[in-house]
Design a protein around this ligand. Structure first.
Ligand code: NAD
Length: 261
């Protein structure tokens, strides 16, 4: 339990990758602050399970991360309960798919707010405590879209390219203070979000489940296999360890070969 006594905040941890990261950190004894939307009962079950596996504390914040005031309140709540944040995982994110000249302005603003600006706020608010401790880990779930583009995803690609740039900048600013900042960039990850898209796509395009997975979802992924949330969480855990102390300002790509092509 190498994270005993540390506190981790994982944004967007009520589902998918964030949930897997929270579970992996709890297994190593970290206090957890979880965040995201969803069914209150399911979230409470998750929170209690995290405490059971860590033997430490876990609290939930329902902060809407598109709202800076809500982020500030979440960070204050975390500090009040645990003293501060040692490990920050910026993971909450959303997608909208439309050509740029038809892209709804409100969707653009929301995606930039959630996928990019929210991390500016969490980082600026978590850093003073990390600096005081002389130790910190900032990990951001970016995407293969931090490196390459796909049509119709202008806001998402802009935000993910941007978050990689911000991460590199933070890494340089705190390089001598025991704090690392890195992105993890998955290709297509098998999350409930992806699973839920399959029936609709089968219907809309008249395809089999296999065709949707291979020809639509995994078209860009040479291994023709999904990344799993647990594989992303394992990388996050690795970045928290001493073996990763000299890994900073970089992009840990887990994309089944997508960006090699
Ligand atoms: P998901 O939809 O399963 O989880 C998203 C989480 O963010 C949920 O907990 C949700 O409640 C939360 N969230 C959404 N809007 C929020 C808001 N306004 N405030 C606070 N929380 C909010 O998605 P996922 O697939 O696990 O994605 C997590 C991250 O991984 C995202 O940043 C996404 O861009 C990135 N990513 C996902 C994939 C993939 O294929 N699934 C690939 C590359 C990168």
């Amino acid at each position: 339990m190498f994270l005993k006594g540390k506190t981790a905040l994982v944004t967007g941890s009520t589902s998918g990758i964030g949930l897997a990261c929270a579970q992996a950190l709890a297994m190593e004894g970290a206090n957890l602050v979880i965040n995201g939307f969803g069914d209150a009962g399911a979230i409470e079950t998750e929170r209690a399970a995290l405490e059971a596996s860590s033997g430490a504390g876990a609290i939930y914040s329902g902060a809407d991360l598109t709202k800076p005031d809500a982020i500030e309140a979440m960070m204050k709540e975390a500090a009040a309960r645990f003293g501060g944040i040692d490990i920050l995982i910026n993971n909450a994110g959303m997608q909208h798919v439309a050509p740029i000249d038809e892209f709804p302005v409100a969707k653009w603003d929301m995606i930039i707010a959630l996928n990019l600006t929210a991390a500016f706020h969490t980082v600026r608010l978590a850093l003073p405590y990390m600096k005081q401790q002389g130790w910190g880990r900032i990990i951001t779930t970016a995407s293969a879209h931090s490196l390459v583009a796909s049509p119709n995803k202008s806001a998402y690609v802009a935000a993910k390219h941007g978050i990689l740039g911000m991460t590199k900048t933070v890494a340089l600013e705190v390089a001598q203070q025991g704090i690392t900042a890195n992105c993890i960039s998955p290709g297509y990850v098998w999350t409930p979000l992806v699973e839920n898209q399959i029936p609709d796509t089968m219907k809309a395009r008249g395809l089999t489940r296999e065709q949707v997975m291979n020809d639509v979802l995994l078209a860009a992924q040479p291994t023709k296999q999904f990344v799993t949330s647990d594989q992303v969480a394992a990388m996050a855990l690795f970045l928290c360890g001493d073996a990763a102390a000299q890994i900073t300002g970089t992009n840990m790509v887990i994309d089944g070969g997508w960006t090699a092509a």
